[in-house]
Design a protein around this ligand. Structure first.
Ligand code: 13P
Length: 252
């Protein structure tokens, strides 16, 4: 089974366009035994898209939630409110949110909030650069262990880790399959070291950063990788369909 998550980010500009994009995405033929499709539109469009959808093949994710349950938090959206839109997932800790000041403690609090509200967290991690001393390895391990601190092994089946190196987001090229595999192994090893074999096996790991219709097949060939998190190519149904086809053809 391969998971494809389309992060629309702050696109498109109007609900009519969002509906059109969703209608086109909906038509992408996928075998639900082989491919799990998750769409993360802006909060503003989540409820109407999700409630208007009669199918079961596509699931919905928010792009962020508040670390608080309710109260005086102007402009924030709670995990419970997101769950109430019919969404099943939430992206937490995306690099573009971390760049706005979200820290690792916020991310940990949001993961707990999501699980409490029965939302499956998609936790985005990834280094900003590859330094010669290998500090990026420590960064990635720390991001994982702070986000998951204290979470019981039984909850790991609800967790997805999205390895998205910042240098590959919105870039021209994604790293090759070998480089992605190295990081998938690091994520799995970190999970095993800190939470045990069962938690490691239960967690889904996806790669994000410049996945497109040309490199998708290569990335789907990475062993022990469960899927991809896509930005730009999720806004183009033709590209998204090609990626979904590659996922189905490489899925076992
Ligand atoms: P791109 O696929 O546009 O590089 O974006 C990746 C991303 O940030 C998905 O969350």
């Amino acid at each position: 089974m391969k998971t494809i998550i389309g992060n629309w980010k702050m696109n498109p500009g109007t609900f009519i366009e969002a509906k059109r994009l969703f209608e086109a995405t909906k038509k992408i033929p996928t075998n639900s035994k082989k491919v799990e499709l998750i769409i993360a539109p802006p909060h503003m469009f989540l409820r109407e898209l999700s409630k208007g959808y009669r199918g079961t093949r596509i699931e919905f994710a928010a792009q962020d939630i508040s670390r608080d349950q309710e109260g005086s938090h102007t402009g924030e959206t709670s995990a419970t409110q997101v769950h109430d839109t019919g969404s099943t997932h939430v992206i937490i800790g995306h690099a573009e949110r971390r760049a706005l000041g979200e820290n690792e403690e916020d991310i940990h609090a949001k993961v707990l909030m999501a699980l409490e509200a029965k939302l499956n967290p998609i936790i985005a991690i990834g280094e900003s650069e590859r330094d010669a001393h290998g500090d990026y390895i420590k960064t990635v391990r720390r991001q994982i262990t702070t986000a998951l601190d204290g979470i019981p092994a039984a909850r790991f089946k609800n967790i997805t880790i999205a390895y998205e190196p910042i240098w590959a987001i919105g870039a021209e090229h994604a790293p090759d399959a070998h480089a992605v595999h190295q990081m998938v192994l690091l994520v799995r090893k970190t999970l095993r070291d800190f939470y045990g074999e069962k938690a490691m096996k239960a967690t889904r790991i996806v790669y994000g950063g410049s996945v497109n219709e040309e490199n998708a097949r290569d990335i789907f060939s990475v062993p022990e990788l469960d899927g991809v998190l896509i930005g730009r190519a999720s806004l183009d149904p033709i590209k998204f369909a090609t990626i979904a086809r590659a996922a189905a053809e490489t899925s076992v």
